[in-house]
Design a protein around this ligand. Structure first.
Ligand SMILES: [Zn+2]
Length: 255
C-alpha cells in the first residue's frame, strides 16, 4: 500500500492565522497513497483507485484533525446555488455551503477553479465556495454573502476571506465567447493566441464591491496550472488530473 506517500503539503492562509478557532487548508498533490499522476488525489470521480482516495482523504483531513464524517461536500455543478447546512454529508446541485455550526467542515474540490473561504468572526459563521468562470459571471460570491447576511446577520465588512490556489492570469486561457462576458480590465489579450482571464482579481473585486474590506482579503499567489510539483490541474493534465480539496470550519477552543 505504500508508493508515492511522502511528506504531505497543505496550503494554509495567513489571514486566518490569528483566528485559532478556524481550521482552513487546501491540499496539494504531495503526500498521497495513489501512484502518479494522482498522488494525493481527493476525488472519486477520476481514474484513481477508490481505496487510495479514502486513504488520501484520511491523511489530509487527519493532518487537520478532521474526521471524514465531519465533512460537508457540495456536488459542484458550476451553479450559483448556495446551501446552508446543519449537518455533515453530501449536498448535490450546489457550489457554495455555509454554516454556523462548529465542527462541520465545508469542502471545495478543485483543480484550477477557485476555492474561496469566508469567515465572520462576529457571528462565528463560515462559507466555502467553488468558483469557475460560470460562478464568477453569475456572482455566486454575492449570493453567498447575501445568504450569510440573511441567515446569520453577518455584516459584510466583518468578513475575512481567503481566495486559494487556482488558475492564474499567467495561464488561464479562455475563448472569446467567455472573455466577452468580463470587463476588459480582467483580460490580458497579448499573452498568447487566446485571451487570459484574471479570475482571482475579478472575484476579489466582487468582494470589495460587496463591502468586504480589502485588507481582510488574502489572494493566494499560486497558479495551479504552472506549478505541477504542487498542484493538480485539469487544464494542464486533462483526464490525468487528480483533484485537491480545500476546507474551512470552526473548532471551538477547549475550555
Ligand atoms: Zn500560471
Amino acid at each position: 500500500m505504500t508508493n508515492t506517500k511522502g511528506s504531505i503539503q497543505i496550503i494554509k492562509s495567513e489571514i486566518f492565522a490569528i483566528h485559532t478557532e478556524i481550521i482552513c487548508g487546501v491540499s496539494t498533490r504531495n503526500g498521497g497513497y495513489s501512484p502518479e499522476p494522482y498522488n494525493l488525489n481527493m476525488s472519486t470521480n477520476v481514474n484513481d483507485d477508490q481505496a487510495n482516495v479514502i486513504l488520501n482523504r484520511k491523511r489530509y483531513f487527519g493532518e487537520l484533525n478532521i474526521s471524514l464524517n465531519q465533512l460537508a461536500i457540495p456536488g459542484q455543478i458550476h451553479s450559483d446555488v448556495v446551501n446552508r447546512v446543519t449537518k455533515p454529508g453530501t449536498y448535490d446541485a450546489c457550489d457554495a455551503l455555509l454554516t454556523n455550526i462548529p465542527n462541520i467542515f465545508l469542502v471545495v474540490t478543485i483543480a484550477d477553479c477557485l476555492p474561496i473561504f469566508l469567515y465572520d468572526p462576529q457571528t462565528k459563521s463560515v462559507a466555502a465556495v467553488h468558483v469557475g468562470w460560470r460562478g464568477s459571471e453569475s456572482r455566486i460570491l454575492d449570493k453567498t454573502i447575501n445568504q450569510m447576511n440573511a441567515s446569520f446577520g453577518t455584516k459584510t465588512n466583518d468578513l475575512i476571506v481567503f481566495i486559494g490556489p487556482a488558475a492564474g492570469l499567467c495561464c488561464y486561457e479562455v475563448g472569446n465567447e467567455v472573455a466577452d462576458r468580463f470587463e476588459e480590465g480582467y483580460l490580458q489579450r497579448y499573452f498568447g493566441n487566446k485571451p487570459h482571464l484574471d479570475i482571482k482579481a475579478f472575484n476579489r473585486d466582487l468582494l470589495i464591491r460587496a463591502g468586504v474590506n480589502n485588507r481582510n482579503i488574502e489572494v493566494s499567489k499560486f497558479c495551479t496550472i504552472c506549478n505541477p510539483r504542487l498542484f493538480h490541474s485539469y487544464r494542464r493534465d486533462g483526464k490525468y488530473s487528480g483533484r485537491m480539496m480545500g476546507t474551512i470550519g470552526i473548532r471551538p477552543k477547549e475550555s
